[in-house]
Design a protein around this ligand. Structure first.
Ligand SMILES: [Zn+2]
Length: 324
């Protein structure tokens, strides 16, 4: 029998365009990582076969048997039934009523545990990233949408039917908000996502004919807005103030309920670093209770695209190993 500490975990992070795969050791260190394209043809029915084949090929290349691995932890987008690893609906992939866990277990011969992609990214940051061992952690991902993961006492909060942590769909604008992908209007996602920041900037361009954003050739990005803000542009300052006031309010409201020790901001918009964090903390401080504020540290996510596979490995370590 091989010592359990010598065995590895497999992390899989399924996205709309690529599938990230990694072999990760007992301590959460990536040993090998690679990507394959996501084949969405025929409602995504080939995806599990492609994952199994990619894992087999890599194991063969490295001369490692299946028994070297404890299991697979996988993050997937969409609505997931946690107990069974059944995907009700994953719009980006094409899956509807897809038995992901069962299929992947059958094809790989390894035990599989599934969670939502935003949740496993939060677990990754808790274990090896900006969470720095914090057990009460709020993760907010500002990308094309706004995702979230809430960890309380070291465990992801799923809620009664898996919807907990949908921070992006907290209502920010009660009246007259922009239409959100979820069907509601005025969600935080319509303001604080990269898409939202750009929309706010474009909508207010005419009010600032002298603004530096007019000088950008091609399409404006969220990064352009934060760069212009850093350079003191009045228009960009208005956009960033609007964005951070809504984001700071939403995070403070969540923090007042959850009392986290770490608030980790990730995703493309977080690359702005302190240019985002400083005005965000100012807004947060207005609405968080004094002791909540004292207890909570803000940090920018550090794992980038590796957060998902490392969180998958954490799930294997904490959920599958207990059973074996
Ligand atoms: Zn929404």
């Amino acid at each position: 029998m091989m010592m359990v500490e010598k065995k590895w975990f497999i992390g899989v992070d399924l996205g709309g365009t690529t599938i990230k795969l990694a072999f990760i050791n007992y301590y959460g260190e990536i040993q090998h990582k690679w990507e394959i394209p996501t084949d969405k043809s025929e409602e995504g029915r080939h995806i599990t076969t492609h994952i199994a084949r990619a894992l087999d090929d890599k194991m063969e290349e490295l001369g490692l048997p299946n028994s070297h691995f404890i299991g697979i932890g996988m993050g997937a987008p969409g609505f997931i039934e946690m107990e069974t690893g059944f995907i009700y609906h994953a719009v980006n992939i094409g899956w509807r009523d897809f038995p992901l866990k069962d299929k992947l277990e059958m094809e790989t011969g390894l035990p599989v545990i599934i969670d939502n992609d935003a949740n496993i990214a939060a677990l990754g940051e808790m274990w090896r990233g900006a969470g720095d061992g914090a057990r009460d952690l709020l993760c907010v991902t500002l990308g094309t949408g706004v995702g979230g993961g809430i960890i309380s006492g070291g465990e992801i909060i799923h809620g009664t039917n898996g919807m907990a942590g949908e921070i992006g769909h907290i209502t920010s604008i009660v009246d007259g908000g922009v239409q959100c992908n979820c069907g509601k209007k005025g969600c935080l996602e319509t303001i604080a996502s990269a898409t939202g920041v750009v929309r706010t900037a474009l909508e207010t361009m005419d009010e600032h004919p002298e603004g530096s954003l007019h000088k950008i050739s091609g399409e404006i990005t969220a990064r352009d807005v934060f760069d212009a803000y850093r350079a003191g542009d009045a228009h960009a300052t208005e956009v960033v103030n609007f964005t951070t006031s809504h984001l700071g309010l939403a995070i403070a409201n969540l923090a007042n309920a959850l009392n986290p020790s770490k608030i980790v901001i990730g995703g493309g918009v977080s690359k702005a670093g302190d240019t985002l964090l400083l005005p965000l903390k100012e807004e947060f401080d207005k609405f968080a209770l004094p002791r909540v504020k004292e207890g909570a540290d803000f940090a920018i996510a550090t794992l980038g695209n590796d957060a998902g596979v490392i969180g998958g490995a954490w799930l294997v370590k904490t959920k599958l190993m207990q059973k074996s």
